[in-house]
Ligand binder design. Sequence first.
Ligand SMILES: [Zn+2]
Length: 53
Amino acid sequence: MHHVESKVCPECGHIFRGNGWDGIDAHWRSKHEAVMPYEKAWPLLKSETYASG
Ligand SMILES: [Zn+2]
């Protein structure tokens, strides 16, 4: 048994149905790079301390 927890983009609610945050790189860069650079957002997303707005 294994449990896969879906990750949700805190900016737009997009659900990542792959393995964890699989695809966040391309998703963030194409949609939210203007809000926060991916390099800065990723550590926050990973530790789930990202606050939108
Ligand atoms: Zn998003």
